[in-house]
Design a protein around this ligand. Structure first.
Ligand code: IMP
Length: 447
């Protein structure tokens, strides 16, 4: 990216997560001096290549893999400190030293083992519609403690509170008792191990726990560019997603203010990432889901299995109603369509252009999960393409039917498609419009 083109940018998911944000953030990172996570926790997951190694990152901002960028974990992120240390150590084993380039907000909250235990116990004891299908990473229970305030632990507490060991012990004991009372089981919590792990986290992470809000202001004042890396996806947003089958944070650009401490207005480019089809993991309404051979074929061709949990993802045709809604709420200035190559080989490809529900045709997203569950998709079929797209390097060289498909989505969703993914590799990325001036796509030979 040239200096004139540098602008604070947010990359975020417009679906139910797993849109391919990681590859895009990895591609963009060299042009930014800071890469910031502002929401979620270890429920996110993306695979990044380090040399010949593939590595699944859950908490670390992708920027830490690039020499130029500082990785920032903002105030809105919920951090499992032992999980974070494992990620840091695994990267160190592969020769990537993260600590000097990582900063954790002292305002961020700690995910404790009792949050993870509660997440698992409440899911396994739930039935039917009350089971959310969480990643069991303790995200919901941790955010609940954050809102409750008196039972939360922040990174600043483990640094400043001389009684932190006693406080952690007391909180863990109380939660263990509560879990046993509710579920007849405390989830195997070991109170003294919990206290010990917090002290280990304090010792090892203290050097990088700081006021990241101040750091980001200084970065902006110095004229350096910041990339905000959204986790999960707009349809999982706690306010705007398919509630209650959502995660517990603000997953779109609106989360930057609260989750990073930076006014969203300082960000000028919002890149919403979607796939050329739809996927979802966990429970919840999914109007275009294909529970047939076509769905299986998309799952196989797209390798649609979760990075965090390994669960097979539910697959379906592109949902223009849900994507347009996500674009509107998030204010996406650009759209990136990933996995276009996955749709090769279909005689026709479907796009959902409306929902049918209780005898009515809907073109906007219902707020109620039960209504959404009853919706049937109105699918418009378009001619597909059989060519393998993975070696295509220019948009103009895509088959005409693939370009028609992309341009149809662009019209339905209502923002320019500036980036297209045609394979897992960074080189397999096509750029349109002024995005060509913003991103350097590597040559395949460099891999
Ligand atoms: P939680 O965030 O673990 O509480 O899970 C809540 C819902 O969001 C579940 O349906 C999860 O499968 C889903 N979810 C959370 N994070 C991601 C993600 O990064 N990708 C895909 N689904 C996610």
């Amino acid at each position: 990216m040239t200096n004139q083109a540098v602008q604070h940018t947010c990359v975020f998911g417009m679906g139910w997560g797993d849109e391919g944000k990681g590859k895009l953030v990895d591609l963009l990172s060299p042009a930014f001096q800071a890469v910031v996570r502002f929401n979620g926790g270890a429920n996110a997951g993306h695979t990044v290549c380090v040399g010949q190694d593939k590595f699944a990152l859950h908490l670390l901002p992708t920027g830490v893999l690039h020499d130029n960028a500082v990785g920032v974990i903002g105030p809105g992120v919920v951090v499992d400190p032992i999980g974070l240390l494992e990620e840091i150590d695994n990267l160190a084993d592969r020769g990537v030293q993260v600590i000097p380039k990582l900063k954790i907000s002292h305002r961020a909250h700690l995910v404790m083992p009792y949050h993870k235990a509660e997440d698992k116990l409440s899911e396994t004891s739930a039935t039917g519609t009350t089971r959310i299908g969480t990643t069991a990473r303790g995200i919901g229970p941790c955010y609940a403690d954050k809102m409750r305030r008196t039972t939360a632990i922040r990174f600043i507490d483990i640094i400043n509170d001389p009684q932190i060991a006693d406080r952690v012990r007391e909180l863990a004991e109380k939660r263990s008792t509560a879990l046993s009372a509710i579920y007849g089981d405390n989830g195997g919590l070991d109170i003294e191990a919990i206290v010990r792990d917090v002290l280990i986290a304090k010792e090892r992470l203290s050097p990088i726990i700081c006021d990241t809000t101040k750091f980001l202001y200084e970065t902006m004042d110095a004229g350096q560019a910041i990339l905000f890396e959204g986790a999960n996806g707009m349809l999982l947003d706690v306010d705007h997603g398919t509630y209650p089958f959502v995660t517990s944070s603000a997953t779109g650009p609106h989360g930057i203010g609260s989750g990073a401490g930076v006014p969203p207005a300082s960000v000028s480019r919002y890149i919403g990432v979607i796939k050329a089809y739809s996927t979802r993991v966990g429970s919840g309404p999914f109007v275009t889901e294909l529970k047939d051979d076509i769905g299986d074929r998309i799952r196989k061709q797209g390798n649609e299995f979760g990075t965090t949990t390994g669960r097979p993802r539910r697959c379906g045709w592109f949902d223009a109603i849900a994507s347009r809604y996500a674009r509107q709420v998030a204010g996406a200035t650009d759209i990136a369509i990933m996995h276009l190559d996955t749709l090769s080989g279909f005689d026709q490809v479907g796009v959902c252009i409306a929902y049918r529900c209780d005898g009515q045709t809907l073109t906007t997203m219902p707020a109620d999960a039960a209504t959404l569950q009853r919706c049937e998709p109105v699918i418009e079929y378009r001619p597909g393409w059989h060519e393998n797209l993975r070696s295509v390097r220019r948009y103009e060289d895509l088959p005409q039917t693939a370009r028609n498909y992309v341009e149809h989505i662009e019209t339905l969703v209502g923002a320019p498609v500036s980036i297209l993914g045609v394979g897992p590799d960074r080189s397999q990325t096509l750029l349109r419009g002024d995005m060509k001036d913003c991103i350097d796509v590597p040559e395949p030979a460099s891999l």
